[in-house]
Design a protein around this ligand. Structure first.
Ligand code: G6P
Length: 620
């Protein structure tokens, strides 16, 4: 959600900034802009609405903008429509569009300033004029206000602003009096700094700078950075310099490229065996599950009397699946709550409650808020996170990292699967410690888990059939995904994968619930997809599918090898390999991902960047 990039060094900045913005496209945006400066000359601002290539065309791929220092932004509209005037960068002076600007401060912002209305009034009283509807213009002008009022230099002007604003932000600013320097600050929105010889890079996420450097600083919450070619300094809210550690990124640069695939989503679907294998290998050592890296000891596990899982989107679906698995294996109450609803529930949390926050990005605003609330209420917190050093990872008591590597497509696939595998392993270990499975069962479950990556590979081999089937359903109006128990949790993810990238309306229903209303929507040829992997529920779900068929529905079923009776009841069957039924979600989800993917491709849509969506949702 909004992407920020920055560069100061010896090379021409604009092409580097455009390249960085391109790599952040997955975050979602509807307009973009650059501000670049050559030495002491005036800063030049260029903006464009729509796709990034409009901005690239306007600047001859960046070549027409001289200067070695600059900032760039892709905007996902929050305050004000996606227009040229609202696009970033914003400036402190009297200017709203593109061109050379006299202004003292130029800036870009990701996040939401909650008290921008009151700050705007204050600035209006001090003679500032506003051109856009954005909260960003207010922040840039507030920095300018303090900068001039106290004549205190950029870092202090920024810290004064940070004390005054409420909300979340990642800011990158350039000051007219400080050529070749960029100033940055953050609170609850991601921002990283990369350093290389004679150059510093700034970005919302690692893939934007991976091509240039692997040495990264994670600016802390409420910290400010002062960047000049080859040098990054950090300050706290008092303006005192702080030392931050450098993190070496281990992803190889190709991980963030398409590598011959037509879309990132297809590449990431194919990376699932590796993502799951790497994640499991980090947790399973010599036939035992070892959670010590996450700091989860047997003692902690023994002390737990309940588990609450909270997350958003697909990560919440992982929570739904984990709920069935943990309850069944460990016999402990598990509750799953949408992170955006977490604060509205009066849940009894205490030191015997483990709150698990699942998040690919580790930056989702609602998940972060839920984590903070859980800590405040005295629960033990565990983050299951993919992005190393992200805010949720840093703030949770314990972190279990998934090793999915960078995920670029907005619709998650490999991060979902890695999260699922991590939680399955976690459930197995809990079951052993709590004594609800025997050593023998434990050993068998670990073997089954370790077999999952190859089995995902086998499901992928069958993708042509799904490609063919998706061409038949590309014009569907409604699709229903149904299942019971764990199959219901998989249906939720299958339905989301379909609707978010194909724009076909779809719903997931607990199969038994259909008859309480939804069945009235079934018409001739409405597609109903049944997930049929839990042996004790298959017959019942088939019966629900038959109810749909007799009202004209067309049926597809996903089931495990050997359940050949399914074929007699549905029109199109997809088989997945057999495994312990607790872990079957990791296999059943793959055909559903492929179905969503190919349907989107067949409809000619932007698979990796579906309209209105953002990969990382950093506003509440
Ligand atoms: C967005 C993404 C989803 C993701 C959700 C939670 O909506 O499009 O794919 O599941 O955010 O993101 P997180 O980074 O917390 O897993």
């Amino acid at each position: 959600m909004c992407g920020i990039v920055g560069y100061t060094g010896k090379k021409q900045a604009a092409p580097i900034l455009l390249d960085g913005l391109r790599r952040l496209e997955y975050r979602g945006y509807d307009s973009a802009g650059l501000a670049v400066r050559a030495g002491n000359s005036l800063t030049e601002v260029v903006k464009a609405t729509g796709k990034l290539y409009h901005l690239a065309d306007k600047t001859d791929q960046g070549r027409s903008l001289p200067g070695t220092c600059g900032i760039g932004h892709t905007r996902w509209a929050t305050h004000g429509d996606p227009s040229l005037i609202n696009a970033h960068p914003h400036v402190s002076g009297n200017c709203s569009g593109s061109g050379k600007v006299e202004s003292d401060v130029v800036g870009v912002h990701n996040g939401i300033i909650e008290n921008y209305g009151e700050l705007k009034e204050k600035l209006l009283r001090h003679g500032y004029q506003f051109y856009s509807d954005t909260d960003t213009e207010v922040v840039v002008k507030l920095v300018d206000y303090y900068y001039k009022k106290y004549r205190i230099g950029p870092v202090d002007a920024i810290t004064r602003t940070m004390v005054r604003v409420r909300g979340s932000y990642a800011l990158a600013l350039m000051f007219k009096d400080y050529p070749e320097e960029i100033f940055a600050a953050r609170k609850d929105s991601p921002l990283i700094i990369g350093t290389a010889e004679n150059a510093v890079y700034l970005a919302s996420d690692v893939p934007a700078i991976l091509k240039y450097t692997r040495s990264v600083y994670y600016i802390g919450n409420l910290q400010v950075a002062r960047l000049s070619p080859g040098c990054a300094k950090f300050f706290d809210l008092n303006g005192d310099e702080v030392a931050l550690p450098v993190t070496e990124i281990t992803w190889d640069a190709e991980a963030a490229e398409k590598g011959g695939y037509e879309h990132f989503m297809l590449k990431e679907i194919h990376e699932q065996p590796a993502a799951v294998r790497d994640t499991l290998n980090s947790l399973i050592k010599e036939g035992r599950i070892d959670l010590t890296a996450a700091g989860i000891t047997d003692e902690i596990i023994r002390s737990l009397s309940q588990i609450v899982i909270t997350a958003c989107g697909s990560a919440w679906h992982v929570g739904m699946a984990a709920q069935y698995v943990i309850e069944d294996m460990v016999e402990i109450p598990v509750r799953v709550e949408l992170a955006s609803e977490f604060r509205y529930r009066s849940m009894p949390l205490n030191e015997n409650t483990l709150v698990i926050v699942i998040s690919q990005s580790g930056e989702t605003a609602d998940s972060l808020a839920a984590l903070r609330l859980a800590k405040e209420r005295g629960a033990i917190t565990l983050a299951v996170v993919n992005v190393v050093g992200s805010t949720i990872a840093r703030e949770a008591d314990h972190v279990l990292y998934t090793l999915a590597g960078p995920e670029i497509a907005v619709a998650t696939t490999k991060a979902y699967s890695a999260q699922l595998a991590a939680l399955d392993a976690f459930a197995v270990q809990m079951a052993l410690v709590k004594g609800t499975v025997s050593r023998e069962q434990y050993g068998h479950m670990i073997e089954e888990l370790l077999g999952i990556p190859d089995k995902i590979g086998r499901v992928l081999e069958d993708k042509e059939r799904l490609q063919w089937f998706s061409s038949k359903i590309a014009n569907a109006h409604d699709i229903f995904f149904i299942g019971r128990g764990l199959d219901y949790a998989i249906s939720l993810e299958g339905s989301l994968k379909m609707k978010e990238i194909s724009y076909i309306h779809s719903e997931a229903y607990a199969a038994g619930e259909l008859k309480h209303g939804t069945i009235s929507l079934i018409e001739k040829n409405t597609l109903v997809i049944g997930v049929l992997t839990q042996s004790r529920m298959i017959e019942k779900t088939i019966a629900n599918m038959a109810e749909c068929k007799s009202r004209g529905a067309y049926l597809m079923g996903i089931t495990t090898n050997g359940n050949f009776a399914v074929e007699d009841s549905v029109n199109f069957t997809v088989y997945i390999p057999k495994t312990d039924e607790h872990f079957v979600s990791s296999l059943a989800v793959v055909p559903l991902q492929l179905l969503g993917y190919y349907t989107s491709v067949n409809r000619g849509l932007d698979v990796d960047k579906p309209r209105n969506l953002a990969k990382s949702v950093t506003v509440e």
